[in-house]
Ligand binder design. Structure first.
Ligand SMILES: [Zn+2]
Ligand SMILES: [Zn+2]
Ligand SMILES: [Zn+2]
Length: 487
């Protein structure tokens, strides 16, 4: 009855859709990558994990599963889909830079908050190796401190280098010219002005024979890279050996280093202050605004029910229905949403929320209120809580709670920040790593614990923990090795 050739084509098409690995969710939308690979996807997940796939595009009037074409390459699409499932997130640490770069930008574009912060951390690790790409990313998404940190590493590139890495209509390469211009002005000032006067030599002269070879060497350094102008004091120090035999010249050189460095300070954003009209902001916080205050109905039979209602913390900037209350270890009650707990966590089984009466259930959990607040922040479709400056105790408690409740949107970013504390808080990091079986992190933290005693380490673990004993064992191994090598 129907045209056999088109039927054959249909069959081909079905078989060419990549299934969603290890996943039994219903497939009701297909994403087609730029290179033509089709991926089975779930509109519910796209809606839950992303603000960039508006649900409207998925409304299909017919029986046909809609195919949505997106600009990203198949490798990126696969990763994005990985971040939009309630399971272990893709391992960003193992990606090549090109893939990481594409993923980081796509996460921002589609507002996939579960990937954004993690990508940011890994992009920041590439400032030395890929300064242009990192500046592109930082400037595009208004990551100010990252842009300020990486911008000077691009000083030796040409405008053509920059232009080639940005989209044709991007204004950033032009902003970059304004930034570089500052350094060119500083360079010209260095070349055309005399170094500050110093103490006179015997006979009343300003410099001796040692000065000029030194002076030329410094200028040669700066000429070879503008980065040496930015770090001018270091550049001067590096050449000081040339004149160390002369006290007067050495002193003059150090003054030259100080005074010039002071004139050459300028960050990416300070350089762009006069060009603000060129800066586009991608993160518009207004889009997350909401005005509705959640209404809480709790027909609690206890006498102080009224008081309790007023003591429940509302969910900030959120108008999702509140159908569950989480009570922290220190007795603070938080408004929460069973749908979010279910979507973002594997540790809050939906069964516990079934309330037969009209009463909003209160779930008591062990964690302290500051941790509960952060956890809830990770279980919303909005920018994740900023955790880079948390005190170690809070960070560790958060990291442990994320693991406990399987909040995949928080686990890797917590691990990244815990890893950063290996040097300063090795015992805490070791404790965390051992608890969750992060072997390489334990190996990283352990050497920094070697100056502690067993008495230091033991109280930091639960009384029944075997880790402090294993630690002593390891310590004695290290001591043994050190004896053998004669340290
Ligand atoms: Zn799936
Ligand atoms: Zn001298
Ligand atoms: Zn909320």
């Amino acid at each position: 009855m129907s045209d056999p050739s088109s039927e054959a084509e249909d069959r081909n098409e079905v078989s060419s859709v990549r299934p969603c690995p290890d996943c039994s969710l219903p497939v009701d939308v297909i994403l087609e990558s730029k290179d033509g690979v089709r991926f089975a996807a779930h509109s519910k997940n796209l809606e839950n994990y992303s603000e960039g796939f508006p649900p409207a595009i998925f409304v299909s009037s017919s029986e046909v599963t809609p195919i949505v074409q997106i600009e990203e390459h198949s490798e990126t699409v696969q990763l994005l889909l990985g971040f939009m499932h309630l399971k272990r997130q893709p391992q960003v640490a193992k990606l090549s830079f090109a893939v990481l770069d594409a993923l980081a930008n796509a996460a921002e574009k589609y507002f996939i908050h579960s990937a954004i912060q993690l990508c940011q951390v890994f992009m920041a690790k590439n400032v030395e190796q890929h300064p242009i790409e990192v500046l592109h990313y930082a400037a595009k998404h208004s990551y100010k401190s990252l842009a300020n940190r990486v911008a000077f590493l691009t000083l030796d590139y040409t405008f053509e280098d920059m232009k080639a890495k940005f989209e044709p209509d991007s204004r950033i390469p032009y902003l970059w010219l304004a930034y570089k211009e500052r350094w060119m002005v500083a360079l010209r000032s260095l070349l055309t002005s005399q170094p500050p006067a110093g103490n006179l030599h015997k006979g009343g002269v300003q410099s001796c024979d040692l000065w000029w070879p030194f002076y030329v060497a410094v200028l040669h350094d700066v000429g070879s890279s503008l980065v040496h102008l930015r770090d001018f004091e270091t550049t001067v120090s590096r050449n000081l050996a040339e004149i160390e035999a002369c006290w007067q010249c050495s002193q003059r050189a150090i003054r030259w280093g100080n005074t010039t460095a002071a004139k050459c300070e300028g960050t990416w954003y300070s350089a762009l202050e006069n060009h603000s009209e060129l800066i586009t902001r991608h993160h518009d916080s207004a889009s997350f605004e909401s005005t509705l205050t959640p209404s809480i109905i709790m027909a609690d039979s206890s006498s102080d029910a009224e008081n309790e209602v007023s003591s429940i913390r509302p969910c900030p900037d959120c108008n999702l229905p509140v159908d569950i209350i989480l009570k922290s270890g220190d007795g603070i009650k938080f408004s929460a949403h069973s749908k979010n707990l279910e979507n973002y966590s594997e540790g809050f089984p939906p069964a516990i929320f079934t309330s037969s009466s009209g009463v909003t259930p209160i779930v008591q959990i062990e964690e302290q209120s500051d941790i509960v607040e952060l956890l809830l922040g990770f279980m919303h479709l909005k920018p994740q809580p900023e955790i880079s400056n948390l005190p170690i105790t809070v960070l560790e408690a958060l990291a442990n709670a994320a693991e406990k409740y399987f909040i995949h949107s928080a686990i890797p970013i917590c691990k990244v920040y815990m890893t950063k504390e290996s040097l300063e808080y090795p015992i805490e990091v070791l404790r965390y790593a051992a608890k969750h079986n992060y072997k390489s992190l334990a190996d990283e933290a352990a050497p920094h614990t070697l100056d502690y005693t067993f008495e230091d380490v033991k109280p930091k673990f639960e009384p029944e923990s075997r880790i402090p004993y294993l630690w002593v064992l390891r310590l004695s191994e290290v001591n043994l090795i050190m004896k053998i090598v004669g340290v």
